[in-house]
Design a protein around this ligand. Structure first.
Ligand code: RM4
Ligand code: MN
Ligand code: MN
Length: 424
């Protein structure tokens, strides 16, 4: 299904006068509204190919119908998102869940929807039906070199697929670790992973990046071999300049200060990728901004401050991606909500009075520092975000267009109600 320009325009025109009033009222309160709008238009968040179907827990899965049946339909879904919000112009593929059979055709299709290929993701945390050796006891950390080699070869194959599609990065997330004390030697497993990553790094094209994603627990519950940002930074520092740490918001112990982690990784020029989601307990993969929106804002504050300090381009110098799962909501609606939450937090971080904040910090004026941050956080920027979309030809209110135009109903008609997308 393709969303026609007229459909979006019709919906926009119905809400235009209310929007204009809101926009005038709220943009007046912001000194740099035009600059914020420009940055919002440029800012794009990739959508993972595994987030377009209904997710599940180990207890059950309750699909809603009309899920994409293949990679072509996943591209079509992301095309719909991008048409609605003009902020989702890239797809991130997980191999082997989404192997492009005809790379040229897939590339052409993506381009028709205005999409490019973001980071490629390898998968050595599951055994595939035709796989020779098992990853039950890890992949790149495995005591058996043959298993490690299989994992290395898989990553090299993923790079090959990525090259065909024009991707420029590889994300490695390993479930390697141990579930019981004594199960493995921490030092040896670290060194095995390092050596395996080095072999992958060696064949990484010169203009590619490799992202090493950490996670504190699950599926292993005693130790993870890439368990936190310190371990990831150790790997990426030892690997070299093409290696970066990837932060997934759900991959920390409860109450970890993620904004501080982000600040220090940027200081070291070692932050490369970002997976957005939200969580109450662990790797809950909930809608971005649904549980801790203030934390999201504080993270964006550090991202913007840290990137500006290094003269980085907000839109292009980090790989932004949503990594969420939708168990009870329509996946496309959930993704629209996530992107909206990201845009709001980003816009709020762009209106922080940074000069005054530095002053307050230098004067140890704690109360003023808090006031400055909260002044930005409590500013309603929704009309600014909507104005950015309007100027880019997207929807003032993506979610209501999704419903008014009966997009899910159309997808169910087209694909059926029993379809199931690949992924977790
Ligand atoms: C992991 C991690 C990875 C993602 C898989 C599906 O928990 O977040 O980024 O590729 O899930
Ligand atoms: Mn992730
Ligand atoms: Mn995760």
């Amino acid at each position: 299904m393709i969303l026609r320009k007229e459909q979006i325009e019709k919906n926009n025109s119905e809400n235009l006068s209310t929007h204009k009033k809101n926009y005038e009222f709220f943009s007046e309160k912001i000194n740099n509204a035009e600059e914020v709008i420009k940055k919002l238009i440029d800012f794009q968040v990739a959508i993972p190919s595994w987030a377009l179907g209904t997710g599940g827990t180990r207890f059950g899965r309750f699909p809603g119908g009309g899920e994409p049946r293949n990679l072509e339909e996943k591209i079509e879904d992301i095309g719909l998102l991008h048409a609605l919000n003009n902020s989702s112009n890239a797809i991130s593929l997980h191999i082997p869940w989404d192997i492009p059979k005809d790379a040229e055709a897939i590339k052409t299709l993506a381009a028709q929807h205005g999409l490019r290929f973001d980071a490629m993701n390898s998968n050595t945390f599951q055994d595939q039906p035709d796989q020779k050796l098992s990853y039950k006891f890890g992949s790149m950390q495995h005591v058996d070199k043959a298993v490690r080699q299989q994992a290395i070869d898989h990553n090299i194959e993923v790079i090959k697929y990525g090259k065909e599609l024009g991707s420029k990065s590889l994300t490695v997330w390993l479930s390697d670790g141990s579930t019981f004390p004594g199960q493995l030697n921490f030092r040896k497993s670290f060194l095995n992973v390092l050596e395996s990553l080095q072999e992958v790094y060696e064949v990484l094209p010169a203009d590619w990046k490799i992202f090493v994603e950490y996670k504190e627990f699950e599926p292993n519950f005693y130790s993870m071999t890439v368990g936190d940002w310190g371990q990831s930074l150790l790997y990426t520092s030892k690997l070299g300049p093409k290696a970066y740490t990837l932060v997934d918001l759900g991959h920390h112990l409860a109450n970890a200060n993620i904004e501080q982690i982000v600040a220090l990784l940027l200081m070291e020029r070692k932050l490369g990728g970002f997976h957005f989601n939200d969580s109450k307990y662990g790797d809950d993969d909930l809608t971005v901004g649904s549980i801790k929106p203030y934390q999201l804002f504080l993270i964006f504050n550090e991202l913007v401050e840290g990137m500006d300090a290094k003269n980085m381009n907000h839109a292009t110098d980090l790989a932004w991606m949503i990594d969420a799962s939708h168990n009870v909501k329509d996946p496309l609606e959930d993704l629209l909500q996530s992107v909206e939450a990201i845009m709001i937090a980003y816009a709020q971080s762009l209106i922080i009075d940074r000069k005054k904040l530095v002053e307050a910090q230098n004067n140890n004026d704690v109360a003023t520092a808090q006031e400055i941050l909260q002044q930005a956080y409590r500013t309603d920027v929704r009309a600014i975000v909507a104005e950015a979309r309007l100027r880019a030809g997207a929807a003032l209110n993506p979610l209501s267009v999704f419903r008014n135009e009966k997009i899910r109903e159309n997808l169910i008609k087209q694909r059926g109600s029993e379809t199931m997308a690949t992924g977790l």
